[in-house]
Design a protein around this ligand. Structure first.
Ligand code: NDP
Length: 458
């Protein structure tokens, strides 16, 4: 392409992207997390829009930032004192171009439309990257499960599902867990869905218990998948987990299984956290203790030091990134690793970062890491293992059979390898050599965009 024509093309793309982003901000005022997620994707799509203006001409970018449907609803429930409590429920059905809406449910007091939309939007690209036939959705409630009795959790889940059941189904929308939603909550919601429908539709939810349609390996999938992805990235750059010091934030589903797989690959986990603070254990975190405290006893992470006197507890969650490490895996929540933390990690000689949580690094943190050539595995690619195995759970439910753990794990490993390969390939194809943020976003986008064009204006 002649230089002038190319320049014009670049300007046009810039203007187009600015226009789409302005509209998103106007239409969704104050929704800062959603703006952040959209901005990151739009910026990284510039090279593909330059090469393939058809995505602008067909209005694909304007369409992809607008959810197909956003449902909000009242969730009334009665607490242990007989008082009425009212929460708000959400489900965003963001994009169904390549399959039924698919994405987790989050129960956390911070949940609002912005959080749900940012998560649902990211899910489009992540789900596409898995190579599985799944569209994108996300949901949840501002309900706080902390301190609630088991009966309160059950009543809340039932009330939530009474409304949600009108909008989901194995071929329309398939929710799963996320922060605050684990096997117990999925079980209560599945029971209520079954009652509402008078039918056993196993594929309506994923993350189910193994004894009623769940997949072996789903519980471990996001954490293991993150480590498989980071391992590919390390290997490709002549490094490995073996003998490395690793810091993992959080001590929930993703964190625990990321720690487990990293340890299996020879890493020493020196710190992990929960929302009350972090623990540092110079001997390496004892995962049996963390599992006991978090999976069985519902305790705070500070209890860990009682069993391991050499370990220390620090009550500032965000200061975990000041612990020197070779590899950092933020696996707790969005925007937990900011520029200041990234600067400290770089000063301390970090070599790689893998995002196990969704959008855990702020945009300026990512810029610092990329500027310093730190290997960076973005969430949409690195944590796609959870939803990938959810899709495998759906496949098993449709076929009415159950695969052995080794089969699921081998499939997960193959999927994570392929996501790494595709993201890297796209980064080279679109002149962003090695930048996996750009590569993953483009690779995820192209498949969905092409499907949207094929299906016409709907
Ligand atoms: P869990 O609820 O199992 O664990 C979350 C962990 O992060 C807990 O240790 C929690 O501490 C901590 N945490 C949560 N919110 C905050 C906060 N605002 N500040 C500090 N710490 C916090 O959730 P998951 O492990 O399932 O999810 C973690 C992340 O991974 C989320 O970003 C989620 O969207 C993402 N993810 C999860 C997938 C899955 O399959 N579960 C799939 C893909 C992404 P505390 O217990 O004190 O609240």
């Amino acid at each position: 392409m002649p230089v002038l024509e190319k320049e014009l093309g670049v300007q046009q793309v810039e203007q187009y992207i600015d226009g789409v982003f302005d509209k998103v901000k106007k239409r969704n005022p104050e929704e800062t997390e959603f703006h952040q997620a959209v901005k990151e994707v739009l910026e990284s799509l510039k090279p593909v829009l330059n090469k393939k203006p058809v995505y602008m001409e067909k209005g694909i970018v304007e369409s992809i930032v607008e959810p197909e449907r956003l449902i909000t609803f009242r969730v009334p429930w009665i607490d242990e004192n007989g008082n009425l409590q009212v929460n708000r429920g959400f489900r965003v059905q963001f994009n169904s171009a390549i399959g039924p809406y698919k994405g987790g449910l989050r129960f956390h007091p911070s949940v609002n439309a912005s959080i749900i939309k940012f998560l649902g939007f990211e899910q489009i690209f992540k789900n596409s990257l898995t190579g599985q036939p799944i569209g994108a959705g996300k949901g949840g409630s501002d309900f706080d499960p902390k301190g609630k009795t088991d009966l309160e959790i059950m009543r809340f889940c039932q009330s939530f599902m009474t409304e949600l059941s009108k909008h989901i189904g194995p071929d329309t929308d398939v929710p799963a867990g996320d922060i605050g939603v684990g096997a117990r909550e999925i079980g209560y919601m599945f029971g209520q869905y079954k009652k509402m429908r008078s039918a056993y539709e196993a594929g309506v939810l994923t993350g189910k218990g193994i004894h009623y349609g769940g997949s072996l390996g789903r519980k471990e999938a996001t954490g293991y998948g993150t480590v498989y992805f980071v391992n590919e990235m390390l290997k490709d750059n002549g490094a490995s987990f073996n003998n490395s010091a690793v810091v993992v934030s959080g001590s929930g589903n993703v964190s625990i299984y990321a720690m487990e797989k990293a340890q299996e690959l020879g890493a020493k986990i020196v710190a992990c956290s929960d929302s009350s603070g972090y623990i540092y254990d110079p001997n390496g975190i004892n995962l049996d203790t963390v599992k006991r405290l978090k999976e069985l006893e519902n305790q705070r992470i500070s209890e860990y030091v009682k069993a391991h006197p050499l370990a220390t507890f620090h009550d500032k969650f965000s200061e975990i990134w000041s612990i020197p490490c070779d590899i950092a895996l933020p696996c707790a929540t969005q925007n937990e690793l900011d520029k200041e933390a990234a600067d400290i990690l770089v000063q301390n000689g970090v070599k790689a970062i893998g995002e196990g949580a969704n959008m855990p690094c702020t945009q300026d943190a990512i810029e610092v890491l990329i500027d310093h050539r730190i290997l960076f595995a973005p969430a949409k690619a690195a944590n796609a293992g959870g939803v990938a195995v959810s899709a495998l759970e759906m496949a098993q439910n449709s076929a009415r059979l159950s695969w052995p753990l080794t089969e699921v794990d081998l499939k997960l490993q193959a999927i994570m390898k392929e996501i790494y390969r595709e993201s890297k390939k796209a980064s080279h194809e679109y002149d962003a050599a090695g930048n996996l943020v750009i590569g993953a976003n483009i690779a995820g986008f192209v498949k969905v965009a092409d499907a949207m064009i094929s299906q016409g204006v709907i």
